[in-house]
Design a protein around this ligand. Structure first.
Ligand code: NDP
Length: 289
């Protein structure tokens, strides 16, 4: 018997309402491994010291959330190629004494698309709403997975043009930007529409991204990165039109699954993680009878 539990932590500010710990701890318990996941508030000015602490205390891994995903890079020993293109790290794994930055957000989306929606991104024409961290992660992984064409639709031109430039110079994808003015009409030739903005995120649950789905071809997959609530107005509208949908909860669970695998080398129970997350977010786990 040993009593020195391996530690993983989520660092952010604010972080108290981040539900990731509930899903990771549920997975540790389900596998019977004595790991702990701590959720720790770290102000930006203390991030350097926090990472020194992570090294000194032998933490096995980290999640980083707002506002540390970019700033943490300077304190790490290595950053994966994907995280470098994205420009942000949401997961750190330890390799001996080295801390290695990864980004599992886009990989989580990709896995949700493949496993839950049954669609491979190869050759697909994709429109992404947004140009923030989630949009960059999703776009980078879709581009590296062989998407044919990316259309970035965003309110502010500055972030979108930087994103398009980074994708064009680091991945083989064909990518362009379209300004988001008023109601954006989804073109008929799109296979996948992703909302990677924060429109619809709790507590603004009635907010709908200004998009018009009437021209979307039957079979166009409509996905949302927003995970709370899982059924956003965008997804409800798409569902009403008979379009297949993919919610942000799947992406969140799978990015956590990938993090778990990176830290422990084990496959976590995905359904246990999903139910723990739903419970933590106050979402009923029970579907209609
Ligand atoms: P950022 O702040 O980095 O980016 C926000 C994006 O939303 C920007 O493109 C911004 O446009 C756009 N936006 C916000 N409000 C509006 C508006 N009213 N009209 C038009 N555009 C708007 O956030 P993140 O990329 O980190 O997160 C985006 C969403 O993704 C959040 O809801 C977050 O919870 C979710 N997320 C989900 C994950 C999951 O696993 N399911 C993982 C990570 C994030 P502009 O550039 O013009 O300001």
């Amino acid at each position: 018997m040993t009593f020195d539990a391996p530690l993983v932590a989520c660092l952010g500010q604010p972080v108290a309402e981040n539900p990731t710990g509930a899903m990771q701890e549920a997975a540790f318990r389900a596998l019977g491994i004595d790991w702990r996941y701590l959720t720790i508030e770290v102000p930006p000015a203390s991030l350097r010291d926090a990472i020194l602490g992570v090294r000194a205390l032998g933490f096995r891994g980290l999640n980083l959330t707002i506002p540390h995903k970019v700033a943490v890079i300077q304190y790490l020993d290595e950053v994966s190629a994907e995280a470098r293109i994205i420009g942000a790290v949401n997961t750190v794994r330890r390799d001996g004494s080295r801390l290695i930055g990864e980004n599992t957000d886009g990989k989580g989306f990709l896995r949700a698309m493949r496993v839950d929606a049954g669609i491979d991104p190869r050759g697909k024409r994709i429109a992404i709403l947004g140009a923030g961290g989630a949009a960059r992660a999703i776009a980078t992984e879709l581009a590296l997975a062989g998407a044919a064409d990316l259309l970035i639709v965003n309110r502010s031109a500055e972030r979108a043009t930087a994103m398009v430039r980074d994708l064009a110079s680091n991945t083989p994808v064909s990518v362009r930007y379209e300004p988001w003015i008023g109601q954006w009409r989804v073109p008929a030739g799109i296979d996948l529409l992703v909302n990677a903005t924060s429109i619809g995120l709790f507590p603004d649950v009635d907010a709908m991204p200004p998009v018009d789905l009437t021209a979307a071809a039957p079979g166009t997959l409509v996905a949302d990165a927003v995970f709370n609530p899982p059924e956003t107005c965008l997804l409800a509208t798409a569902r009403q039109r008979g379009l297949p949908v993919l919610d942000g909860l799947s992406m969140l669970v799978y990015q956590g699954v990938i993090g778990f695998q990176l830290w422990t080398g084990q496959d976590p129970p995905e359904e246990v993680m999903k139910q723990a997350l739903k419970q933590a977010l106050g979402i009923s786990a029970c579907s209609a009878p």
